[in-house]
Design a protein around this ligand. Structure first.
Ligand code: ADP
Ligand code: MG
Length: 376
């Protein structure tokens, strides 16, 4: 049988590593007024499936299955309640968890993870919930003290950078004798309340995300990783200590940078992004299929997440996709990355039925192949 690596597994690594749950979230169409409406090239089929035009043969559609499909009407609370909230109680039992947003730039990763003030995303909701869980447990009594703390870092060009202490250099990733992954020198800030979190996190995250949304902006070319640590210590002997780590990750854009003719630094960045996302896909694949070596060490991203992805950890990947044709190939690639299964169905994709909100604008049936190979 193929070798399996179970990391952070209290039972000693003999159990099968846990699967990574994969959700796909389709954002609403964002064609601006006055722009030629070309129609969506993706649509949902049910709570776990969607279809997309097959660019190789426009008489076919490709149907994909996931653990969850979130259509364009899905709200921020729904994403949080169904994909993230259920894994958080494990942190208080000393288990680790991770949530990733994957997908091309512009498809909604930051919206899903960070959101806006009016529509907060997974990060603020999860941190608030961790505080709620800890408070509820302390109210119940018991002999444990809890502390909550955060670190915030970025992986850029295979370098680990501290976003809470911006002038530091590339930080090393280490593993201790219990197979916990550590980053010596990384700032760790204790948090006494949710508003404390806000104070530390928002300025650091705004630095990263607001300057520009251009494809080549740094925020789309690095992985932003928020770590929330819950530490429990027993007041009375034997003074047991338990640590649960939650990683909340806004990944670099998954678009294929070779197509945009990148050179020099951009090409180097692209190489680093491709390496870490490709390794992440291999890690998720081998965890979910249960075969093959899990290649955590092949990139900084997966090495850093080794104790929080697979093993006894609880992980969910939210692949964000956009419906517009300009995104067709990026969507196609993101779906192939995320899918549990793919089926080719011999039936043309009829655009009028994509969605009742946009169908009124569209008067014609288009054939997928031509439309898909001519991005806007
Ligand atoms: P990414 O981080 O993947 O590059 P963003 O999260 O910045 O993408 O999303 C691109 C744009 O689409 C932003 O203006 C964002 O507000 C909007 N957007 C993304 N997802 C949604 C959604 N589910 N509902 C409404 N607007 C969204
Ligand atoms: Mg973003």
């Amino acid at each position: 049988m193929a070798q399996r690596v179970a990391v952070g597994d209290a039972a000693g690594g003999s159990e099968r590593p846990s699967r990574v749950r994969v959700a796909v979230r389709l954002r609403p169409c964002m064609e601006k007024q006055g722009e030629k409406a070309e129609g969506a090239c993706v649509r949902g089929l049910g709570p776990q499936s969607l279809e997309i035009i097959n660019w190789r043969n426009s008489t076919e559609t490709l149907q994909y299955q996931f653990d969850v499909f979130y259509g364009e009407q899905t709200t921020q609370p729904e994403v949080f309640m169904t994909s993230v909230k259920p894994i958080l109680p494990h942190l208080l039992n000393g288990q680790n968890a991770s949530v990733f947003a994957y997908g091309p730039t512009g498809a909604g990763k930051t919206h899903t993870m960070l959101g806006t003030q009016k529509q907060p995303g997974v990060i603020p909701r999860a941190v608030r919930e961790v505080f709620n869980l800890v408070r509820a447990q302390e109210k119940e009594g018991g002999d444990w003290d809890h502390t909550i703390g955060m670190s915030y870092l970025e992986i850029y060009n295979e370098k680990v950078l501290d976003l809470l202490s911006p002038n530091t250099q590339d930080l090393p990733i280490r593993e201790d004798k219990d197979r916990n992954i550590l980053i010596p020198g990384l700032t760790h800030t204790s948090l006494s309340s949710f508003s404390d979190f806000h104070t530390h996190f928002i300025p650091a995250s705004l630095n990263r995300t607001t300057a520009s949304t251009k494809l080549n902006h740094r925020s789309s070319r690095s992985h932003a990783i928020l770590l929330i640590k819950v530490e429990k210590s027993q007041r009375a002997p034997p003074h047991r200590q338990l640590t649960g780590k939650l990683y909340l990750v806004d990944l670099a854009g998954s678009e294929d940078n070779r197509r945009t003719g990148n050179q020099g630094l951009r090409l180097k960045e692209s190489g680093a992004i491709n390496l870490s996302l490709f390794t992440l896909s291999k890690v998720v694949d081998s965890l979910n299929s249960g075969v093959g070596r899990v290649p955590y060490r092949d990139s900084k991203l997966t090495r850093l997440l080794q104790d929080s992805l697979g093993g006894s950890a609880h992980s969910v990947m939210i692949a964000n996709i956009a419906p517009e044709q300009a995104y067709y190939f990026d969507t196609f690639n993101a779906l192939n990355f995320a899918a549990k299964s793919k089926l080719i169905v011999n039936k043309p994709f009829v655009r009028e039925t994509v969605s009742s909100t946009v169908s009124g604008k569209r008067g014609r049936q288009e054939q997928g192949h031509e439309a898909a190979t001519q991005p806007q």
